[in-house]
Write a protein that binds this ligand. Sequence first.
Ligand SMILES: NC(=O)C1=CN([C@@H]2O[C@H](COP(=O)(O)OP(=O)(O)OC[C@H]3O[C@@H](n4cnc5c(N)ncnc54)[C@H](OP(=O)(O)O)[C@@H]3O)[C@@H](O)[C@H]2O)C=CC1
Ligand SMILES: Cc1cn([C@H]2C[C@H](O)[C@@H](COP(=O)(O)OP(=O)(O)O[C@H]3O[C@@H](C)C(=O)[C@@H](O)[C@H]3O)O2)c(=O)[nH]c1=O
Length: 288
Amino acid sequence: MSNKKKVIVFGGIGQLGQCLSKLTTSGNLQGFVFLDEFEGNILDLKVLKALFLKESPDFVINCAAYTAVDKAEDEPELCGKINSTGAGNLARLCAEFQATLIHISTDFVFEGEVPVLLKETDVAQPISVYGKTKLQGELEIASHLEAHYILRTSWLYSEFAGNFVKTMLKLGAEREELRIIVDQVGTPTYGVDLAAVILKLISMDHKTAYGTYHYSNEGLCSWYDFAKAIFEISETEVRVHPIPTSAYPTKARRPAFSVMDKTKIKTTFNLEIPYWRDSLVKCIHAIK
Ligand SMILES: NC(=O)C1=CN([C@@H]2O[C@H](COP(=O)(O)OP(=O)(O)OC[C@H]3O[C@@H](n4cnc5c(N)ncnc54)[C@H](OP(=O)(O)O)[C@@H]3O)[C@@H](O)[C@H]2O)C=CC1
Ligand SMILES: Cc1cn([C@H]2C[C@H](O)[C@@H](COP(=O)(O)OP(=O)(O)O[C@H]3O[C@@H](C)C(=O)[C@@H](O)[C@H]3O)O2)c(=O)[nH]c1=O
């Protein structure tokens, strides 16, 4: 990648921020500034403006978000501020400073009632506070900035921060049996794979391809299948029981089927996407 590009990463010490940092460090890529929420609070316009003035970024990557799906049901205002107002703040500043925004959204913008692959053109109808605020964030960006990529991803995990894989490894070490939902189907996404795609978008700098894209790993599974694979690959002995969603009450509703069609991103950027289980093997090796 050209070392002339200046890139600011908000949410730089969250899960995806750390995946990006891993790749920029191993690839010795220059020009990236990773900010935590104290150095780069996406709700603080004064701080943001000073950062844009100081750094003059070519690209801004928004990895900052409120991601606690159940807690969001009790904190809709805070969740809305971070996921919607914060995204809008970055979009307006990117427009003012002629920077391109790469923003991450979610499969949870969909209702997920019908078992059909979800396209970018399908109507988004979120069923949780988190999903609604993420959709609002997408709309904020699209209405203020042309130069944007919104990447909707799903079931993100990695060796960094908190995620389903790390929760399972922890619970699997503590318990003899686990009950995991089998009637919610989606696709896990390894954060390092997503980070590599983000870096590819920056290096291609394809100015006629702005817009919304779906990206996850290939294939599909239930949370139960995912947990079984985690325990098989990590050689953890634990009995896993498949249960229906009704047997595992949570504050937030989650889509029953949120597998995304990735044709658009694959054809536009000439991508080959790894199968979810192959990437899971890589992640578990990185954790060990
Ligand atoms: N995790 C997942 O399964 C999925 C995530 N996504 C999306 O991917 C993106 C990255 O997710 P992920 O890395 O997993 O999320 P994380 O929760 O790991 O990281 C988000 C980061 O944003 C920070 N943050 C919160 N509020 C602010 C703020 N006001 N200003 C700046 N930073 C802030 C958080 O800090 P702190 O922790 O201190 O609050 C945290 O470090 C998000 O947009 C998310 O919606 C999409 C699909 C699946
Ligand atoms: C811990 C646990 C979870 N589950 C279920 C609950 C839930 O339906 C599913 C996943 O639970 P989690 O809370 O880990 O994951 P969750 O927060 O629902 O994950 C979502 O996060 C947001 C940020 C996204 O954008 C989504 O794409 C998705 O990744 O597993 C069980 O069935 N048994 C268990 O023991």
